[in-house]
Ligand binder design. Structure first.
Ligand code: PEP
Length: 253
């Protein structure tokens, strides 16, 4: 059985009070509504991590994650945050390779290999993002493009390390645009990516890897997306900033 996961990516949103309010609402609803069998991860900006962790406490299946980590372990890297710091402040997950990091901060597949290494070395679970831009989708080469992202960043991992990875397929044309991939498009890609992972790490390992969908997922389309055989949950941007919407997505399995 694969883990079902819903992870919220707050991106660069919310001040301290807003972050506390949102987290309290989610924690309370999560407990009241008796959520079972879904791993939920909140990924706020760095400055929110510690206060958000305090509110999450030891709520079962509700975890803290960050949106990035440094590729370096420690040292004179002003402005950076290491995987070991994140772990020590209570994070269990880290989003790596989000398309916004790839595009605006020029994160390459090679750099992401180093970030994945840091995350794994310090006990964080990487949520490794991949996905194609619109022109690649329109050219029909999206499968090869995304497979290459996985090959270049992850295929050097040992089987033991690979077993700790979560994948998030996020077509860039669907992120923050309100334009979701259809559930059939998502399933087609997730299946192809799982086959690609199986070609390197074996069928059993690939069958145990959670592959999340991201891109304008909302309470209205989550059920359809999550009903697909190879869609194991979602990475949620905009809708993770509204507690009710986020909870309704969590309850869509
Ligand atoms: C994301 O940022 O990973 C994302 C999927 O955003 P949105 O849900 O807003 O499209």
């Amino acid at each position: 059985m694969r883990k079902k996961i819903v992870a919220g990516n707050w991106k660069m949103n919310l001040n301290y009070e807003e972050g506390q309010k949102l987290t309290s609402e989610i924690v309370n609803m999560y407990k009241d509504e008796n959520i079972k069998d879904v791993t939920v991860v909140l990924n706020p900006p760095f400055v929110h991590l510690f206060p958000v962790k305090k509110l999450i406490g030891n709520t079962p299946n509700l975890f803290l994650g960050s949106q990035n980590c440094s590729e370096k372990a420690a040292g004179a890297y002003t402005g950076e945050t290491s995987a070991s710091m994140l772990k020590s402040f209570g994070a269990e997950y880290v989003i790596l390779g989000h398309s916004e990091r790839r595009e605006y901060f020029k994160e390459s597949n090679e750099l992401l290999t180093a970030k994945v290494r840091q995350a794994l070395d310090y006990g964080l679970t990487p949520i490794f993002c991949c996905g194609e831009p619109l022109e690649i989708r329109e050219a029909g080469t999206h499968e090869a493009y995304v497979k290459n992202q996985l090959t270049e960043s992850l295929f050097g991992l040992s089987a033991e390390d690979f077993a700790k990875i979560v994948i998030a397929y996020e077509p860039i044309w669907a992120i923050g645009t309100g334009k979701t991939a259809s559930s059939d498009q998502a399933q087609e890609m997730h299946k192809a990516l799982r086959e690609h992972l199986a070609s390197k790490f074996g069928q059993e390992a690939a069958d145990h890897t959670s592959i999340l969908y991201g891109g304008s997922c909302n309470p209205g389309n989550a059920k359809d997306l999550f009903s697909k055989a190879d869609v194991d949950g979602g990475l949620i941007g905009g809708a993770s900033l509204k507690s009710r919407d986020f909870m309704d997505i969590i309850k869509s399995f």
